[in-house]
Design a protein around this ligand. Structure first.
Ligand code: SF4
Length: 697
């Protein structure tokens, strides 16, 4: 008899429910789960092709030490011993974990507990640093906690949806489908897309603002100044629930209108049209994604957007609010357990002595990290200069995805001890590991993930593990026990989720936003049957909270939100030698470094090779022909890809997808060109504004 299992798509932060069916002959097929609130039965091209990516080709089937097959005991003993030796000789700051938004929450929880509570360092960071850490920083500055105020339904209920730094149609396709359906049903709904490129998303827009790279702070400051001069500011809301408006308004008003035109690259009439739309429309949702986050001013961009919603009181009510679109399937779950180097578990903070004490008492741990650890870019810099002696990389491929990727590769090669846990043995990163640990893949592992609207869903097992592959939480627990630490005797992910839920509720009087105490004490059967739900859901509540902040209730000690006075930074990085601005991003049918989606011929047929979008005039002036090979060079590295000459690209800009690595194309690791420049608050790399030279190859 065919068996159907309800699970969740492992790709993007939309978090679509999937029904996986296994037939008697072992054939797997997938369809959208009509009961899952995120997608209501829809799937995009990547989700629909999941069954085509489950073969064992390239899978890592057993542990390896130095490229040779090894047993689990031997490998785990070696990992525990080498980490313990490094800590004994050089202290806890000499080791690090670099993890991933692909991990399930239970994996993340154990990794964070081991590093922060038992090893006693906060040197655990994640590829989510590259994805949404500027949003986290912006939320914490404005709201006092990393809280997403709204829900996907708000995007459908809004009369004006602003998409800034988001190619929604390709990067969050099912939310795009929901938006397009809502707009078709209610043609009065307006969509504004703010993006230097004309993308598939801008094709639905009533107004496309082809903004200069990193012009967003100036734009939203200009909007705030405009709103404050009219009648759209909700003075009661500002007075009752916020602080800092005067300073934010003063900063926003400092730029003259002609300077705003110059800084944003937008026409005066376009600016007035946008400002007027926002001013007149009560139900506004502003969605932002990597075009906002991946910037040296990413946190300021997020706060410039939130400032406009706080000023108008358009937050936490149906169809209103700022909305961070998370890139990865479990970036949000990682945040909940403290998977970033500057966070503690359950949205508590490392800087707070009370939070540190609370978490340490709950864990009964011998230590607790007392200061933030190394964020991703700094972590690999510490690997490069020899401060990190032992590094464990889980479920991610930094040799392709990190900025300054060639230097990151050299650093990993030179590190005295590198462990890689992955499903594949052939990634660009795995080939430099001293120890390879086979991880259970999608369909084999079991746990929870949280999507962009705070909805926790189950990923469930429907396949036997490949070879000797084991879950990441199991690998981490085994190493912790071998290092002599108690508190890692979990029998199942249900045990870990229960502990996670209890910690979220521990001494939580409502002053912390993340609380899923209603799920504490959950039995394995209850965990197995868990339906998707939005947090928070404290003990005694049968219904989770849908929206935050309609009536204040922010998480700063005084209960007020903070306006953040932000000033646009000068971000034109071009020069005579490097006259173009490189922007990197996703395409519709590939995911990250293609280790999974690259297996599907159907997905690869959409766009078969890497490309550089360039404007026809720029192509003409540089002697580049359509489909000809071009060399793109920054001070950090070079790539060679095919030219795609298109008027969709703004002049002076080139766009290259981030996915390809040296296995799929000769020289297309575009992150090798991205410098390790980061946002000063969040530490997120600036992948959208890189000065490059472009020439025919
Ligand atoms: Fe998966 Fe995202 Fe597509 Fe949904 S929208 S099916 S979560 S890739």
């Amino acid at each position: 008899m065919p068996v159907e299992t309800k699970t969740t798509c492992p790709y993007c932060g939309v978090g679509c429910g999937v029904i996986a069916r296994v037939d008697d002959d072992g054939t797997v097929s997938v369809k959208g789960d009509p009961d899952h609130p995120a997608n209501l039965g829809r799937l995009c091209s990547k989700g629909s092709a999941l069954a085509e990516t489950l073969d064992l080709d390239g899978r890592l089937l057993h542990p390896e030490i130095g490229g040779q097959k090894a047993g689990w005991n031997e490998a785990l003993d070696l990992v525990a011993g080498r980490f313990a030796d490094a800590i004994a000789a050089h202290g806890p700051e000499s080791v690090a974990f670099y993890v991933s938004g692909q991990l399930l929450t239970e994996d993340y929880y154990v990794a964070n507990k081991l590093m922060k509570g038992f090893i006693g360092s906060a040197n655990i960071d994640t590829n989510s640093r590259l994805c949404m850490s500027s949003s986290v920083a912006g939320h914490r500055r404005a709201f006092g906690a990393d809280t997403v105020p709204g829900t996907y339904e708000d995007i459908e209920l809004a009369d004006l949806v602003i998409l800034t730094g988001s190619n929604l149609a390709w990067c969050h396709p099912v939310i795009y489908q929901r938006l397009a359906a809502a707009k078709a049903a209610r043609p009065g709904m307006k969509v504004v897309v703010i993006d230097p490129r004309r993308t598939m998303t801008s094709d639905i827009a009533d107004l496309h603002l082809a903004i200069r790279p990193d012009g967003d702070v100036a734009l939203f400051n200009g909007l705030l100044a405009h709103l404050a001069k009219g009648t759209a500011v909700d003075e009661n809301c500002v007075a009752a629930h916020t602080s800092g408006f005067a300073d934010a308004f003063a900063a926003a008003s400092a730029m003259t209108f002609p300077a705003l035109v110059e800084r944003t690259g937008l026409g005066a009439s376009e600016l007035r049209q946008f400002f007027g739309l926002f001013e007149r429309t009560e139900k506004v949702v502003t969605c932002y994604s990597q075009g906002v986050n991946q910037s040296s001013s990413g946190s300021d961009k997020v706060n410039a957007i939130i400032n406009c919603h706080l000023a108008t009181g358009r937050i936490g009510r149906p169809g209103m609010g700022p909305f961070s679109l998370t890139g990865q399937p479990n970036a949000m779950g990682g945040r909940e357990v403290g998977g970033l180097a500057n966070m503690l578990a359950a949205h508590m903070t490392i800087e707070s002595a009370a939070d540190r004490d609370r978490v340490q008492r709950f864990w009964g741990s011998p230590a607790i990290a007392t200061r933030p650890g190394l964020k991703a870019v700094d972590m690999f810099e510490a690997v490069a200069d020899g401060r990190i002696k032992a590094l464990w990389i889980m479920a991610t491929n930094p040799v392709v995805s990190m900025p300054d990727a060639d230097r990151v590769e050299a650093a990993i090669k030179a590190c005295p001890f590198v462990v890689v846990s992955d499903v594949l043995k052939t990634t660009d990163t795995a080939r430099h590991a001293h120890v390879l640990l086979p991880a259970a893949g999608w369909g084999e592992k079991d746990g929870t993930v949280t999507n962009s609207e705070r909805r926790i869903s189950r990923q469930r097992t429907f396949l036997d593990a490949a070879g000797e592959a084991r879950a990441d939480w199991w690998q981490l627990s085994q190493v912790a026990r071998r290092m002599g630490f108690a508190g890692f005797d979990y029998a199942s992910p249900a045990d870990i989720f229960d502990e996670h839920a209890r910690l979220s509720a521990f001494e939580n009087d409502g002053s912390r936003d993340f609380d899923i105490g209603a799920h504490a004490g959950i039995a394995p059967a209850g965990y197995e049957a868990m339906e998707p739900f939005q947090w928070p859901q404290p003990a005694g509540h049968t219904k989770a909270t849908t929206r935050f902040f309609a009536k204040g209730g922010f998480y700063h000690p005084d209960g007020r939100a903070r306006f953040v006075a932000v000033v646009p930074a000068e971000t034109d990085r071009t020069s005579a030698a490097y006259p173009f601005t490189l922007n990197t991003g996703r395409i519709r049918d590939q995911w990250h470094t293609m280790t999974r989606t690259g297996k599907s011929a159907r997905l690869s047929a959409h766009i078969a090779e890497p490309f550089a979008e360039i404007h026809p005039r720029d192509a003409l002036e540089t002697g580049i022909g359509n489909a000809g090979l071009v060399e793109i060079e920054s001070p950090r590295g070079k790539a060679i890809v095919r030219a795609l000459v298109t008027e969709r690209q703004a002049r002076g800009n080139v766009f290259v997808p981030m996915h390809w690595n040296d296995q799929f194309a000769a020289k297309a690791r575009i992150d090798a060109l991205v410098p390790p420049l980061t946002d000063k608050v969040s530490g997120q790399p600036a992948s959208k504004n890189v000065a490059v030279a472009v020439r025919p190859f």
